[in-house]
Write a protein that binds this ligand. Structure first.
Ligand code: AKG
Length: 261
C-alpha cells in the first residue's frame, strides 16, 4: 500500500522539476476495473453528443479520431469517484498545497490506439484554463498500460513550471481542433526528459510544466486516465491573454452548446 501523500523527496522533486513519478497510485485490484470503464466509455462514445468526447487532434468531421479524449468521465461512470486515484489525488493535493479546503476536481481520459494514436503536442495545461487564475493545481497522469517512448509516454521539460503561461496555438493552426501546442516547441528539444511508467503508476505535474506525449508507434494500446485537482488559487494581477482559446471553433463546443439548449 503506497503512502497516501508524497514523501519529502517527492515534494522537493515536484517543486524543483515541475513533475514527479509515484508508484502504484492505483490500488491492487482496481486496474482491471479502470481498464474496463475506459474501454466501455470509448466503445460506447460516451459523452459525444454533449461534446465531452472528441478528437483532441482532429476536427471531428467524419474522419476516424486520431487522439480520442473524454472529459468528465465520471459523469458516465460515477464509480470512478470511489476508486483510489481520486481519493489519493485529493489527499496528495491538500497535503502538497497545505490546505484543508477540498480541491476542485477535473478528469479526462486519452486513448492512443495502436499505430493510430497521434502526438499530444508540447503544452502547458494552464494555457487551456481560466486566464484570471494563478492555479495551484496538480495533474495526475495514470497509464492503464505500461508506457514508454514507443507508445507515447509522458515527456517533460524540467523547470519549465517556473515560466509564465507561454503563447499557444491550436494544433496545425486550425481553430477547429481542440488541442493546443506551445509556440516554437523546438527550442526545448535539448532539455526533454521522458517518463516511462508501469500501468497503475502516476506522474504528477504542475499547471505550467511543459509536457508532451509522442505517437503510438506500437501494436500496444496506450490508455491514460488523468485526474486533476486545483487547490484554492489566487487571482492573477494581469489575466493571461489566451487568444488561442477565444479563437476556438470546435465541433465539440457546437455539440456542447446544442446539448445545453
Ligand atoms: O495523455 C496524453 O497524451 C497527454 C496528457 C496531457 O497532456 C495531460 O494530462 O495534461
Amino acid at each position: 500500500m503506497p503512502n497516501p501523500v508524497l514523501s519529502a523527496d517527492q515534494k522537493a522533486q515536484l517543486s524543483r522539476d515541475g513533475f514527479v513519478t509515484i508508484a502504484n497510485i492505483v490500488e491492487a485490484g482496481e486496474l482491471e476495473t479502470l481498464r474496463s470503464i475506459f474501454d466501455r466509455l470509448f466503445a460506447t462514445k460516451a459523452g459525444w453528443s454533449e461534446g465531452n468526447q472528441f478528437d483532441l487532434a482532429g476536427t471531428d468531421q467524419g474522419d476516424a479520431p486520431k487522439l480520442p479524449q473524454i472529459l468528465k468521465p465520471s459523469r458516465y461512470a460515477p464509480e470512478l469517484l470511489e476508486l483510489s486515484p481520486v481519493r489519493r489525488a485529493r489527499a496528495i493535493t491538500r497535503d502538497y498545497f497545505e490546505t484543508d479546503a477540498d480541491p476542485i476536481m477535473g478528469e479526462h481520459m486519452i486513448f492512443k490506439p495502436p499505430r493510430v494514436g497521434s502526438t499530444t503536442p508540447w503544452h502547458q495545461d494552464q494555457a487551456y484554463h481560466d486566464p484570471t487564475l494563478d492555479e495551484r493545481g496538480l495533474n495526475f497522469w495514470i497509464p492503464l498500460d505500461d508506457t514508454d517512448e514507443a507508445n507515447g509516454c509522458m515527456q517533460y521539460v524540467p523547470g519549465s513550471h517556473r515560466m509564465d503561461v507561454l503563447p499557444h496555438h491550436s494544433i496545425g493552426n486550425d481553430p477547429r481542433v481542440h488541442g493546443l501546442e506551445v509556440d516554437g516547441p523546438e527550442r526545448f528539444a535539448d532539455q526533454v526528459v521522458a517518463c516511462p511508467l508501469s500501468a497503475g503508476d502516476a506522474v504528477l505535474h504542475l499547471p505550467t510544466t511543459l509536457h508532451y506525449a509522442g505517437p503510438n508507434r506500437t501494436d500496444r494500446q496506450r490508455r491514460a486516465y488523468i485526474v486533476s485537482m486545483v487547490a484554492p488559487s489566487a487571482q492573477r494581477a494581469v489575466p493571461v491573454d489566451n487568444y488561442w482559446m477565444r479563437e476556438k471553433r470546435t465541433a465539440r463546443l457546437e455539440r456542447a452548446q446544442a446539448a445545453e439548449n
